[in-house]
Write a protein of this length. Sequence first.
Length: 404
Amino acid sequence: MNEQNIFIVRCGEVALKGMNKPYFEKALVERIRKNLQPLGIGEPGKWGNPGGINVSRHEGLIFIHADKSVDPDQIIRNTSKVFGVASISQAVEAPSNLDEIGPVAVDFMMKQIKERGIKTFKVEAKRADKNFPVKSPDIARIIGAKVLIGCKVLKVDVHNPDVRLFVDLRKDRTYLYDQKISGFGGLPLGTNGKGMVLLSGGIDSPVAAWMMAKRGMMLEAMHFHSYPYTSPRAQQKVEELAGIVASYSGSMRMHIVNLLPIQEQIVMNCPEEETTILVRRFMMRIAEEIAKKNKCMMLITGENLGQVASQTAEALVVTDACVSMPVMRPLIAMDKVDIMDKAQEIGTYEKSIEPYEDCCTVFLPKHPTTKPRLQQIEASESRLDVEALVKAAVESEEIKEIRA
Ligand code: ATP
Ligand code: MG
């Protein structure tokens, strides 16, 4: 019995998709396989080979069957990181009849007694197969009685049990488990195009990238530095941050451009208080060009309404006006504390707060304009050869492959 470890994966929003459900489910299975690959994926159908893991769809759920030699905690960790996964449970299975479910339930609980010293339990049953002749509350009662007889030390506690034994009765098989480990939900990667995220070393942009990837968007990243004003170590930090994002969003390319030649032109030719907004417009233009070349459909930034001078409503309008590609700002209405919490949750925070310089802080004006007017900004830009500067920047890009 149960030669392999079995895991049930529940899909959140994917399950709500109508006609497109099989497409999303297939994409989700592929993504789970990919995340489990480092642990050893076996040939589909050939279970039981050492390190073998099989991922399949059945009865509206996704199942992972893994050889016992593979660490179950690692399977849970890698799977719960896959976007589209609502939750995962390690389960044992039994044929769908009460006589056979009983002993499996007793075995399961005996193990809990041995490993965790539990004293109380409650059975919660769900009958996905509505043709099954016994209703859910009765299934729970019958299995509960069998557990009480089989595990003499246990008592029922319906309010605050040490273990909740879930019995999920389906047409072919019944699954028993005691824990649901939450995933992030969202949609499987690759089901929603590709975007170019402008990645700084700060707290916000990795969270913005993560949020778009969570909705199924593949990513490429764009990073600007001002070497030698910014150090190679600062860039190293951004690559490491991108690596953390990539552990969710998959390996991605990072496009790196030195913005210093453009910043120098701006400082020499334009009003000081406009430096920040002018630099930002160049960033957007360069990112858009590189995005187009790489079939990215949108730009993504970590901008947030009112956070700094360049993110007032007026500044955002002026920033947007220089590109035609949609600019996604998933953090736009979030409070900084909530963004920081999210960064903690996804594991980027500690890296983000490492103190390295950023190109935005080079040539920072004392009093940046907070209400730029497009006409005025365009007038300042007319003193620069915008097209040539953008072209040179795009041509100078360096590309790095970022792995999770
Ligand atoms: P973050 O917003 O990521 O915490 P930050 O606060 O230093 O970093 P802001 O000045 O708020 O950055 O910039 C707003 C957004 O502009 C960033 O979220 C990011 O998308 C983009 N950006 C800023 N600096 C860079 C950079 N050096 N390279 C690429 N994109 C950048
Ligand atoms: Mg910011």
